[in-house]
Design a protein around this ligand. Structure first.
Ligand SMILES: C[S@@+](CC[C@H](N)C(=O)[O-])C[C@H]1O[C@@H](n2cnc3c(N)ncnc32)[C@H](O)[C@@H]1O
Length: 195
């Protein structure tokens, strides 16, 4: 059986691991939001066996995601759409999400961070990978084109403002620790929950 596959995941997974292994460094429970193809879960869970990696995605993507998770002997994905009012899950030590904030509408990005208030433990870490704008500017012409392409697919999608996302994170009790520039004009943002 052909498993769900994304070339970009293959390209970025080692670079992401190089950052998250410094932060997801003690045994603990992790929720992945927007698991996609499961390639990140498969690679990171194998590389960081001290983590209990639990992927999630919107209900319509869970069966697709589970194909790779089950082949990798990982727990089945949980259904979690960040726009849902509540996510009934015990607090976790870590949250990871890649390439999700520019896909979901801006209103859902607000909800994403609202969930951090309850889902993430105090001292917990959040790592978010993807493209961002700074002071309203794209970091590259290719990101500007990517933004146009996203909006062509869904007018509510689009590359988010770093400052807006940081403000939402601050409201959720998160302190920005790192903004890592990554290959292919992406960033890996790292926050710590302070309260
Ligand atoms: C471009 S894919 C990224 C998948 C994977 N994380 C990766 O890096 O390849 C965007 C993901 O966002 C998820 N997504 C979209 N809207 C969402 C929402 N409201 N709540 C949670 N996930 C959402 C999609 O189902 C999809 O898995």
């Amino acid at each position: 059986m052909t498993l769900p596959f994304s070339q970009s995941c293959e390209n970025n997974k080692q670079f992401i691991l190089n950052v998250i292994e410094r932060h997801f460094n003690a045994p603990g429970k992790l929720i992945e939001i927007a698991g996609g193809t499961g390639q990140h879960a498969e690679f990171f869970a194998a590389a960081l066996p001290h983590l209990q990696w639990q992927s999630t995605d919107i209900p319509s993507n869970v069966d697709f995601l589970n194909q790779r998770l089950l082949a990798a002997n990982l727990p089945s994905a949980l259904q979690f759409d960040v726009t849902q009012e509540r996510f009934e899950h015990p607090q976790v030590d870590y949250v990871f999400s890649a390439n999700s904030l520019h896909i979901m509408p801006a209103t859902a990005v607000v909800e994403f961070f609202r969930h951090m208030k309850t889902l993430l433990k105090k001292e917990g870490m959040l790592c978010v990978y993807g493209p961002f704008k700074y002071a309203g500017n794209f970091t590259s012409p290719s990101n500007a084109n990517f933004d146009l392409w996203l909006k062509g697919n869904n007018p509510l999608s689009g590359i988010r403002d770093f400052e807006t996302v940081c403000e939402l994170a601050t409201q959720a009790g998160l302190e920005l620790l790192e903004d890592n520039a990554m290959p292919a004009n992406n960033q890996l943002l790292v926050w710590k929950k302070t309260c």
